[in-house]
Design a protein around this ligand. Structure first.
Ligand code: C5P
Length: 221
């Protein structure tokens, strides 16, 4: 029989990229596939949790038994995450949120001219940091994609954003990170760390959900 340590627990996961509109027909985005977030949703569901996926635009099927809320922009994801997080036990921020959005979205399609064009970009809200600073906060897990000094930058990020745990991957190595099926993670929490060696995103997700469950139980008991 399958072990279901997260039965009765509500787990919310952000996944995929965000799309930041430029005008009615154009946007700025990134190469995130959503695979890791969706794998985590499946793993949390298999562990018995009630899972809500807050998903940017991806071409993946909704994992069996998970609730999915589709969003496009970082601001939509932010608003949805704050609502859902207040009734969550565990919040995992796996989305590749665009750091900037277009300041002034054109209402009509922008016409080309022979001149240069400038877009003014403004900062998007930090969703996981906002969830971690809620008065009634869930156990909060973030991700970090680094190209160097992975441990130092990840631990710094964990402290700055007030996370309970952070999973870091080295995106400098060509076979991990965005839009690939395999990855490796270095996971940190306040008083420990663990390396999850290269494996499929689903295997890593299963292991990460186990680690999160252990730390969550440790912190809430
Ligand atoms: O600061 P950085 O983008 O490296 O942090 C990555 C972590 O923060 C990920 O967990 C990501 O989902 C989350 N994040 C967020 N909102 C943002 C930017 C990042 O939730 N605007």
């Amino acid at each position: 029989p399958q072990s279901t340590p997260l039965t009765g627990k509500r787990v919310t996961i952000t996944a995929g990229p965000t799309q930041e509109a430029i005008d009615p027909v154009r946007y700025i985005s990134n190469y995130s596939s959503g695979k890791m977030g969706y794998a985590l949703a499946r793993a949390a569901r298999n562990a018995g949790a009630d899972v809500t996926l807050i998903s940017g635009p991806v071409s993946l099927a909704t994992p069996q038994g998970c609730q999915r809320i589709d969003v496009k922009s970082a601001r939509q994801m932010h608003q949805t995450a704050l609502e859902v997080a207040t009734r969550s036990d565990i919040f995992i921020a796996c989305a590749a949120v665009a750091d900037y959005r277009v300041g002034d979205i054109a209402e009509q399609k922008i016409k080309k001219s022979n001149e240069q064009m400038q877009l003014t970009l403004v900062r998007n809200p930090d969703i996981v940091a906002a969830v971690a600073s809620l008065a009634q906060r869930p156990f909060v897990v973030g991700f970090a994609a680094e190209t160097q000094d992975v441990a130092r930058y990840a631990k710094d990020k964990m402290q700055r954003k007030h996370l309970d745990m952070i999973a870091a991957n080295n995106v400098a190595s060509p076979d991990s990170g965005f839009n690939v099926d395999e990855n490796a993670l270095q996971v940190f929490w306040a008083d420990g760390e663990k390396t999850l060696p290269r494996a499929s995103k689903q295997q890593l997700a299963d292991q990460l959900i186990k680690l999160i469950t252990t730390q969550y139980q440790h912190e809430t008991n």
